[in-house]
Design a protein around this ligand. Structure first.
Ligand code: SF4
Ligand code: SF4
Length: 98
């Protein structure tokens, strides 16, 4: 089990309230999507982020660049994929491997 799978397991044991608090905190403190050229006004208005866990954006966007590779969460959680706002969460992209 790698770090990402460990985190997913921990998250699955949390209450909805704990999970929402964690998601809000990570969006503000760790996620650097807001600095990415792909992150657009619609995403900002919807307070979107943390796409690596939450999956695709609900907004229409063009993939210009992805900064996930520079994000501490990406390294810490041993994530393999990128472009989560367009391609889906790390879990979704991993599930397509097989
Ligand atoms: S890996 Fe990407 S989507 Fe996930 S927290 Fe970092 S910048 Fe945001
Ligand atoms: S997931 Fe990647 S491409 Fe999408 S906004 Fe975040 S850093 Fe940019």
């Amino acid at each position: 089990m790698d770090k990402f799978e460990e985190v997913l397991e921990k998250m699955s044991e949390m209450s909805e309230e704990q999970l929402n608090t964690l998601i809000d905190m990570q969006k503000k403190r760790i996620c650097i999507c807001k600095d990415c050229p792909t992150y657009n006004q619609c995403m900002a208005e919807n307070k979107e982020g943390l796409f690596c866990f939450l999956g695709k954006s609900s907004c229409d966007a063009d993939l210009i660049q992805c900064k996930c590779g520079e994000c501490p969460a990406h390294t810490n959680f041993q994530m393999k994929y990128e472009s989560y706002c367009m391609e889906g969460s790390e879990e979704e992209q991993r599930s397509k491997e097989n």
